[in-house]
Design a protein around this ligand. Sequence first.
Ligand SMILES: C[S@@+](CC[C@H](N)C(=O)[O-])C[C@H]1O[C@@H](n2cnc3c(N)ncnc32)[C@H](O)[C@@H]1O
Length: 407
Amino acid sequence: MNAKQDDFARDWRDTVREIEGMVFDMQSFISATFKFKEAIGPEDNAELKIRTAEVRGKTIWQFTKGPESQNLSRSAAKRTLGKLLYETPVDQAHVTTGEADLHCRIAKKGRVLVSRSKLDLERDVAKTRSHDRQKDYPLTRFDSAALLRVLGFTDSQGSMKPSMHAKYRQVNEFLRIVETTLADLAPSSDAPLNLVDVGCGKAYLSFAAKAYLEATAGVKICFTGIDVRESAIASCRRMADALGWTEDFTFVVADIADFKAKIQPDIVMSLHACDTATDEALAFGVESQARAILCAPCCQHELQSKLGTGGPHQAILRNGILKERLADILTDAFRAQILRVMGYKTQVVEFIDQQATARNILIRATRASRVGMHNAVGEYQALREAWGCTPFLAERLAAACSELVES
Ligand SMILES: C[S@@+](CC[C@H](N)C(=O)[O-])C[C@H]1O[C@@H](n2cnc3c(N)ncnc32)[C@H](O)[C@@H]1O
């Protein structure tokens, strides 16, 4: 392949990924039309149109080539389109979603010309940036093929399974945050870094963090995965075996509330542990004096029941959905503020876009000061007074800081 062909192959691959993202991963996808340089269907037809439809409660992708239409599942549609786009020379493509249009033309000299709708320029710029970030996923920066296969992200051909795409993105975005946090902790190259993954499930995050940080940052990682489900821990052990990993990790079947760390963790991580399991993860981080806590909360029900329905907030609380969303926000606001009270410098950020997961909030905390700083306690107490309730995490940590429950 000469340099020009190389450039074309790279640009075309990036464009196909962008098109696939719009057609298969965006709920607002409307339609796509591809004109090929050769016939792809009956009557010398060289045009493919794609749209989605709901059939018996499921989304299907309808491929129309001239008079012929075919309904395909997401995975079959993605396979079929990928094959066509890589195996048949394309002349033009036009993809429309609720947010943007993409026009693509292959110029004579084999250049890929892409333009996006001007109406959504800002959004497009953001999308291009996020597309650029995708190309630079942490798990693409080293040879992660064996890891991805054993964790079940890819099939035996090394292709990403559609059902794992969302989790793959989550893990990658979480890894970026782990990496930034690691830089804040400034680890020495000879002492291993202790990670604890709380409510680890299949521990995708820990496996990926160990492989990634050891390969790219030269830091030795020891990790502990804790989960209450025996089956999840058994599966983690099988995956460690399959990777040939024999040391530097421990998997424990335990309820987080009962688990005590033998070694002070550097980072306690928790991705989508349910309801108060997230609070237990935060409490574990604080009590074990973790240097950093990274926690993406999942469903949150506990505070809802404490909010009641009356009082000055009745107009919000009488609506089930508003109450639920308010409780989500308040729960995380309380959690972040309690961590500040417990001496952690805390931020609440989105670790991934909302399209990828509605549970996209991450609480990032690094140990910075002593427990019970006056300002942090004052702000916390004002919040508690305003809403007339004490969250689970405050009760859980009251022994370490009584001001969390006292008035
Ligand atoms: C939604 S899954 C997330 C798993 C994993 N962190 C991930 O993101 O792929 C939540 C996990 O938390 C575990 N879990 C929930 N409550 C727990 C508790 N109290 N103690 C330990 N694990 C718990 C569940 O068994 C489940 O594996």
